[in-house]
Design a protein around this ligand. Structure first.
Ligand code: PBG
Length: 344
């Protein structure tokens, strides 16, 4: 008998359940693990700007950059080499106006970026965010008249934007504007334009969240007046989130999304129970910044904190996670324990 077994053998009969049995060794823990995070689950968000050779770090998002198309292609090459299946691109145009003209311009920043990335990396799934806020001089996600964001006139512009992304070669269209009816409108526009095979990933339950702050600095898209609460959801509403998801499915969404992720894991879990479509969650800029800041202050263990976060989003039910941690997670999942974390 090995030493210690005598102590272990001192059992009391009133301990009925021993859940610790399957936690005893790393092998057992591996065998009973319920949730697995894989590189296949990751989508990496990136910001594209005009110019050449531009790689400008975003102040509140350490390790994340605004990239010109040439640098974007380099970073996408790195993501693809890490076997990250997809990226989602956000464009920052050189010129903004009150019709978001650059959003659907044939030579717009996103259109050029998509062409360049698809040309270099045909296998990489290039998702484009369809929204007007980065392209509008007032920073709202739709057409503004007399201080109000108009729904139906916005749909026409969203359709044009989505079709122009598909024409540039986008593999998936992700509308994030939260106008009513936009998923159906975009679906029909894509079909009419000859893209019936291009899937739509809908930002279905997108909340009017404080956690988009760093993104708005990165994408230069903060609204010039008011806020987004006449179109994005009230953070207090969980049931309404399920209705939003139902409508987007009825309108033809192929993937539905909950955004942000961490503060809305209940919404995600409820959606998982109700929905048979692939489910995505956006681990947004503020969630990234919050964790990075605490880790850089020495308040959290970065290696554990970011993987625990992504695992929790998977456990709540997400098939896909849009996350600025994608490259770091891909490296760790592939056994690279040495490359420094990009956010540290
Ligand atoms: C565009 C859009 C936003 C985000 C994704 N698409 C910002 C917003 O709605 O203001 C946020 C992503 C993030 O915070 O990481 N509408």
């Amino acid at each position: 008998m090995k030493p210690g077994n005598a102590l272990l053998a001192q059992v009391r009969e009133d301990v009925l359940h021993r859940t610790r049995r399957t936690r005893e060794t790393a092998t057992l823990r591996r065998m009973v693990r319920e949730t697995r995070l894989a590189v296949d689950n990751l989508v990496y968000p990136m910001f594209v700007v005009e110019g050449r050779g531009v790689k400008q770090e975003i102040s509140s998002m350490p390790g994340q950059h605004q990239l010109s198309v040439d640098k974007l292609v380099e970073e996408c090459r790195e993501a693809a080499a890490l076997r990250i299946p997809g990226v989602i691109l956000f464009g920052i145009p050189g010129r903004k106006d009150d019709a978001a003209s650059e959003a659907y311009a044939e030579k717009g920043i996103i259109q050029e970026a998509v062409r360049a990335v698809k040309d270099a990396l045909p296998e990489l799934c290039v998702v484009t965010d369809v929204c007007l806020c980065e392209y509008m001089d007032h920073g709202h996600c739709g057409v503004v008249e007399e201080g109000r964001v108009l729904n139906d006139p916005t749909l026409d512009l969203l359709e044009r934007t989505a079709v122009s992304h598909a024409q540039a070669g986008a593999d998936m269209i992700a509308p994030s504007d939260m106008m009513d009816g936009r998923v159906g409108a975009i679906r029909r526009a894509l079909d009419r334009a000859g893209f019936p095979q291009t899937p739509v990933m809908a930002y279905s339950a997108k909340f009017a969240s404080a956690f988009y702050g760093p993104f708005r600095v990165a994408a230069e898209s903060a609204p010039a007046f008011g806020d987004r609460s006449s179109y994005q959801m009230d953070p207090a509403n969980g049931r309404e989130a399920q209705r939003e998801i139902d409508f987007d499915i009825a309108e033809g969404a192929d993937i539905v999304m909950v955004k942000p992720a961490l503060v809305y894991l209940d919404v995600l879990a409820r959606a998982r129970d109700r929905v048979n479509l692939p489910l995505a969650a956006y681990n947004v800029s503020g969630e990234f910044a919050m964790l990075a800041a605490a880790c850089r202050n020495g308040w959290l263990d970065p290696e554990r904190a970011f993987m625990e976060t992504l695992t929790a989003i998977r456990r709540a039910g997400a098939d896909l996670i849009l996350t600025y941690f994608a490259r770091d997670a891909a490296r760790r999942l592939q056994g690279d324990a040495r490359t420094p974390l990009s956010f540290m």
